[in-house]
Design a protein around this ligand. Structure first.
Ligand SMILES: C[S@@+](CC[C@H](N)C(=O)[O-])C[C@H]1O[C@@H](n2cnc3c(N)ncnc32)[C@H](O)[C@@H]1O
Length: 167
């Protein structure tokens, strides 16, 4: 039986300073210096009501320049093959990015944030509030990430921001 195709419509676009994937920090925790903004398309702006009460938001976006999907990858932090679903590597069957970023302010349809780890122009699919009521779960196992030492994680995670940022 044919599997259903799913189509999403972007609700906006993410604007960042990052134009080169290889120089972009790999997660918001390594991008605290990196400001970004979201330009929400006019027909979705009403949906931003009450969002300004949150310190952090989840951004869900299309990794639109990802390489073709692979099921086995070498993740950015470790030169060891891993299953794609055990990584945050972009070349996924459904290239969806998920970043928790710090909400700075909202001006009409423009959301200013910090923690940009996505390329400029990434199509935004959804925004959800981050709340300590739902989202703060302490992990008790970190899989293969626990094999990577703190300094390597920091160096490889920051990429070009190694000198500027101190997460
Ligand atoms: C490891 S992914 C993590 C993204 C998100 N925080 C997540 O966990 O889903 C971040 C990397 O993906 C790449 N990237 C960011 N935006 C992209 C886009 N729109 N298309 C393709 N690759 C992108 C950059 O190399 C960046 O360092």
């Amino acid at each position: 039986m044919a599997r259903p195709q799913i189509q999403f419509t972007p609700i906006g676009v993410v604007r960042t300073e990052h134009i080169c994937a290889e120089k972009t920090p790999i997660q918001p925790v390594f991008a605290r210096q990196c400001a970004g903004r979201i330009e929400v398309f006019p027909e979705f702006v009403d949906g931003l009501r009450d969002l300004d009460g949150f310190s952090h938001i989840h951004l869900i976006y299309h990794l639109d320049r990802a390489d073709s999907p692979k099921l086995i990858v070498r993740p950015f932090l470790q030169d060891v093959e891993r299953g794609i679903f055990a990584t945050r590597y972009p070349a996924r069957p459904n290239p969806i990015g998920l970043s928790v970023v710090e909400l700075l302010r909202i001006d009409g349809g423009v959301i200013h944030f910090r923690g940009a780890d996505m390329l400029d122009g990434s199509p935004l699919l959804d925004i959800k509030p981050f709340t300590s009521k739902f989202d703060c779960i302490e992990a008790t196992r970190n899989g293969w990430y626990d094999e990577v030492d703190t300094e390597t994680t920091r160096r490889k995670g920051l990429r070009e921001y190694e000198q500027a940022a101190k997460p």
